[in-house]
Design a protein around this ligand. Structure first.
Ligand code: SF4
Length: 206
C-alpha cells in the first residue's frame, strides 16, 4: 500500500478510509473521468496491469490493520459492479470483521444483471452505503457527460437507486461540479429519492 510501490495499487488509504481498486473497466466514458488526465488519486497510481483475483484482494486486505479505518470503499478507477460476485464476497468478508462498507457506482447494475436483484444481494452481504453517480439532471445531459455504453442508462440508474433504498441501504447521489450540471436540480432530485447529496470538485482540464 506504499505510494512508491511498483506493483498495482489494489487497496489504498485516504481520509481515514480504505479504498479498493478492483477493476479499470467501466460501463461509461465520462468526460470528467480521472483516467483522461491522471494515473490516479492521492499519489496512488490506480492503473492496473491486470485485474487482481479475489484471493489477491483478500490477501491484501488481510495484511491491513482494518481497525484503523472508518469504512472500506469500493471505488478506484473503474466500475466495481462489473465484478459483482467478488464485490459481494469481499463485502461479506469485511462485514464479518466489523468493517462498514460503501460502494461507489455508476449504477448500471439493472442493465448488467437483469435477472438479479443486485440491491438486495448487496444488502444481504452487509453493504452499508451505496453512492450512485447521478451526474446530471436529465438524460440528455447525462448521455453527453457520461457516454454510457448501455442503453437507457440514466433511467435504469435511477431505478437502481430506488432499489438501493428499498433494500434498506443508505443511498447517496453524487455530481461533479461542471457548468452543464444543474446542481440545484440534482439536489432536488436527490431529495425526491431521500438520498444524501454530494458535489465533487473537478480538477481536470477544461
Ligand atoms: S463511471 Fe467513474 S470510472 Fe467510469 S468513466 Fe465515469 S468517472 Fe470514469
Amino acid at each position: 500500500m506504499k505510494k512508491m510501490d511498483k506493483k498495482d495499487t489494489i487497496i489504498y488509504e485516504a481520509h481515514g478510509n480504505i479504498y479498493l481498486n478492483i477493476t479499470n473497466r467501466c460501463t461509461a466514458e465520462c468526460v470528467f473521468c480521472i483516467k483522461r488526465y491522471s494515473d490516479g488519486v492521492y499519489g496512488y497510481n490506480l492503473r492496473l496491469s491486470k485485474e487482481p483475483s479475489l484471493s489477491v484482494i483478500i490477501n491484501e486486505l488481510s495484511q491491513a490493520d482494518l481497525s484503523k479505518y472508518k469504512e472500506a470503499v469500493f471505488t478506484g478507477m473503474g466500475e466495481p459492479l462489473l465484478r459483482l460476485d467478488d464485490v459481494l464476497k469481499i463485502t461479506r468478508w469485511l462485514t464479518d470483521r466489523g468493517v462498514p462498507t460503501r460502494l461507489d457506482t455508476i449504477g448500471h447494475a439493472r442493465i448488467l444483471y437483469p435477472g438479479r436483484n443486485v440491491a438486495k444481494e448487496l444488502a444481504e452481504a452487509g453493504m452499508k452505503v451505496v453512492s450512485v453517480s447521478l451526474n446530471a439532471q436529465d438524460e440528455n445531459t447525462y448521455n453527453n457527460l457520461c457516454g454510457p455504453k448501455l442503453r437507457d442508462a440514466y433511467k435504469k440508474m435511477l431505478d437502481f437507486a430506488r432499489d438501493i433504498s428499498k433494500a434498506g441501504i443508505e443511498l447517496r447521489f453524487t455530481v461533479v461540479e461542471l457548468p452543464v450540471v444543474d446542481i440545484e436540480e440534482c439536489r432536488k432530485l436527490a431529495k425526491g429519492y431521500c438520498a444524501d447529496f454530494k458535489v465533487r470538485g473537478y480538477s481536470g482540464p477544461v
